[in-house]
Design a protein around this ligand. Structure first.
Ligand SMILES: [Zn+2]
Length: 67
């Protein structure tokens, strides 16, 4: 069992954590995705392509931290 609350989106799936850009504060929500850049809702952060960048400031995935 996860030791912290899940199901914020009513799903409770593993690997669906939100990640925040450490540069600009943008938060990637897996349940929402990044439809402006071809990322479908339900895409886990780990499943984003390596080429994906912060839609707000262009930071690479490595600059994101789990929320
Ligand atoms: Zn950013």
């Amino acid at each position: 069992m996860p030791c912290r609350p899940r199901g914020r989106w009513g799903r409770g799936e593993e690997g669906m954590d939100s990640y925040r850009c450490t540069l600009c504060g943008y938060v990637y929500f897996p349940a929402i995705g990044d439809t402006d850049h071809g990322v479908k809702p339900g895409t886990a952060f780990d499943d984003l392509p390596e080429t994906w960048k912060c839609p707000r400031c262009g930071a690479p995935k490595s600059r994101f931290k789990k929320v």
